[in-house]
Structures are given as structure tokens and as C-alpha cells.
Design a protein around this ligand. Sequence first.
Ligand code: FAD
Length: 462
Amino acid sequence: MMQDFVIKEIEAAVGRDNVLTRWEERWCYAYDATDLAQAPEAVVFPGSAQEISKVLRLANRHGFAVTPRGAGTGRTGGAVPVAGGVVLVLTRMNRILEINAADMLAVVEPGVITGHLKTAVEEQGLYYPPDPSSADYCTIGGNVAECAGGAVAVQYGVTRDYVLGLTVVLPTGEIIDAGARTMKGVVGYDLTRLFLGSEGTLGVITRIILRLAPKPGARQTLAAAFPNLKAATEAVGLILRAGLAPTALEFMDRATLNCVRQMLPFKVPPQVAALLLLAVDGHRREVAERAAAMARFCREQGARPVMRAKTAPEAESFWRARRAISPALFKVKPQKVSEDVAVPLSAIPELVGRLEQISRHRGLPILCYGHAGDGNIHINVMYDHNIPQEQEAVGPAVKDLFALVRQLKGTLSGEHGVGLTKAPYLGLELSQEAIALQKRIKKAFDPNNIMNPGKIFPGGGS
Ligand SMILES: Cc1cc2nc3c(=O)[nH]c(=O)nc-3n(C[C@H](O)[C@H](O)[C@H](O)COP(=O)(O)OP(=O)(O)OC[C@H]3O[C@@H](n4cnc5c(N)ncnc54)[C@H](O)[C@@H]3O)c2cc1C
């Protein structure tokens, strides 16, 4: 338990109004988007890097853990304070400090909601491409800490590709800048990239310099319905190899489609086994032509029907349905384990095709959808935790899935990170030598293991 005098020192560092210690308040910051939860001993809302530095120095002196938190939408338990201590909530630091059209960059604090930044830069004719489906409520800081992806990554890349520089408070309290305001920069080790996807274990990100793109002149959205899974999943690689350059190439299987069917702006025939959702963007003149070529190509691969959104609101309702998939899956079962594996493009048909086997063998429904253009498929093992055989079958089903993914030369996580949920499986992908090196890096940054302990590494970071 944190002693009263320690809480008082934290209050002196950030202001009394910015510290919560009551039981019911602490529980509001115990969870993320997994079903894991543990209450911290205090919740702290810093207003600046200097205040964070003071809290981290106190953590080293008194030996309490600090878990950074953005909006708590993470899917692997990253913001769950398993070691107790302090949850450091970055939502007060939510200013867009600069949108510089001439230099095509923005400078933001970590608590800015991703969707707010996207809207603000679009008002200036610019575009911040990364678009996790949670963009309406997750934070940029959380996106950097997880290296979030999203639907348009197939054309534009992921968060990593837009971060030029960072200000970070190191676990020992020093404040450092990494990167630059320039598009290029190779001075010293690339610490910016090291912090990207570091899941709040190497420091607290307090300022982010983001590269911006020009706002596309137009975008068209299509949905291609396939009569079988094989044709749909094989079409993914064929579309990319044909040079049709989709901006987004999303996939959903029949069971997923059934969960959001009512939200789609058109009727999907019942015999449809899978849907590809595609977008193309660019100059107004060429977009219509490219969308027509894409539709033609999908028909040649057996898609019937191929539907094109006629208006912007119609296109938005396609994407709204896509963003609603994750919560809509609870129509099938009250609990799910969501994995976000990624495999090489050629392995997508086999990955998706063999899920049926795992589902039958373990007696659990498995639904899949996701960013197929990146080989990043969200695979959801559905269960009811009140049914003992279902609860017991979940772990083995996830193990079967991970074994299959590694056999197909894929990765355990395309965008959600390791956190708590994937830590036990780290050794399936990384060698003991690679894990040992990563632990030495962690130790160099955080000798007392106060920053988000218990995450990424099985058994902790030290
Ligand atoms: C419905 C839904 C859809 C989603 N869709 C996508 C998707 O399409 N693509 C995708 O990539 N993810 C997706 N996610 C996952 C999630 O939204 C992302 O991982 C997001 O980046 C988390 O942001 P957050 O602000 O909620 O971070 P949190 O959950 O609060 O934290 C996530 C991790 O980042 C660390 N962290 C947070 N802020 C900081 C900081 N300032 N400094 C250091 N560390 C920090 C935390 O310690 C934790 O380890 C989805 C989640 C949901 C619920």
C-alpha cells in the first residue's frame, strides 16, 4: 500500500485536485478494452512533462509502479496497473500545439483524441492518415505507445510512419527529445522508433511531432460480396499484385457480416460468405476510374454483387458498420478473446480457412475480420464464461491459433501489442537471445522497473 506521505508528495507535485484516491474513483481506471482489471492505489492527472518527471522521481525513491494511460481502449491490458501504484492519465495534456501547413506537420500533446486531430488538420486541407477504428475516443499518445494501425494502413502506413519526433520523460525523470521536425534525420540511434510500440514501458510520451499528408481530393468506397471464403481471401493478394492500389482493403467473414448486416446501406444476399470492403482515394478525376477497375477486377474473381457507395453519407455508413464490428460481435457470445495476428499475404487464405478446424475442435465460435490488405486479421474466439467447458477451451483455442500463425510465418500482433495478454506467448515469436536483449534495453531505461511493470515480458521486465 502507498503510504499517506507518499500520496501527499504526489499531490505536491501535480496539485491536490489532480490526484484521486477514493476506492470508487480508482476503479474507474482499473481496466482497458480487455476484460482484465486491477485498481491502482492512486490516479494522477499530470499537466506537464515537468510534473510527470517529479512523479517518476518519486516512484524511483519510494518504489511504486507507474502505468501511463490514454483513453484505456488498448486491447492487450497495457493500461491495466497490475503492479498497483499510480495510473498516470494523460487526458489533461490534450492540446494541439501547432498545425503547420507549410512544413506539413503537427505538434500535439499525448492526450489529444485521434479523431479530433484528424478533423483539425482536415480543416486546413491536410490529412493525418492513421485511423484506428477507435479513433473517435483513443488518444494519440496511446497510438504512439502501441504503434496503432487502421484501415488505410495498406496505402498510408501505420502510426510509426507519421511520427517525426517525440518528447519523453524517462522512467528516471529526465526529459529528452528524440527525432526532429524534418522528414529525414539520422543523428544517433533512432530512439523515436524505439519508443513507438514500447507500450508505456520505456517512458511517458509528452509531446509528438507528426508528419501530415495532403488531404485526398476524393474517395470512393466499394463492397464486394464473395460466395466463398477462399475466393475472398485469395482476391486480397490478387488485388494488391494487380497494382489496383486500394486505400483500404478490409475483410469480414459471414458470421461477422451477420453482426453488422443491419447497419449496411444495402441488402447483402444470405448466400454471401465474405465481404471485402475497399476504398480508393486520390485526385477527383482518377478515383472514379480506379474504383471502376477495382469493381471489375472483383467481379472477375467471382464477387457478386459489387456495390459502390453513391454518396459520401452512404460511404460513411459502410465504414460506420466496419468500426462497429468489435462491439457488435457480442451478439454471438458475451465474452471474446480478440487476437490481431498478421500473416504474409499469400498465407491469408490458409489462416482463415483453418479457423473452422480450430473452432470445431475446441467447440467455440471463431469470427474473423480486419485489415486484410496488411495480412492483419482480427480473430475473435467467442465464449460464455459461465459455461465451464467454454471458459476452459478458450486458452487452448488461442494456443492453436498462435501455433498456426507461426507455422504460416506470421506475427502474434499486427497492431495491438503484447501487453499482458500476449506476454506468455512472447517466446513463440522471439528467441531467448532477443528477449534477453530487449530486457537489457528495458533495464537501461528503467533500472528500478517502475514503468508499467508486468507488461510485454513474461514474469516482468527485470
Ligand atoms: C472498438 C475498438 C477498435 C479498435 N481498433 C483499432 C484499430 O483499428 N487499430 C489499432 O491499432 N488499434 C485498435 N484498437 C486498440 C486501441 O484503440 C489502440 O491500441 C490505441 O492506440 C490505444 O489508445 P489509448 O489512448 O486508448 O491507450 P491506452 O489503452 O490508454 O494505453 C495503451 C498503452 O499505451 C500506453 N500509453 C498510453 N499513453 C501513453 C503515453 N502518453 N506515454 C507512454 N505510454 C502511453 C499505456 O501504458 C498502454 O500500455 C481498437 C480498440 C477498440 C476498443
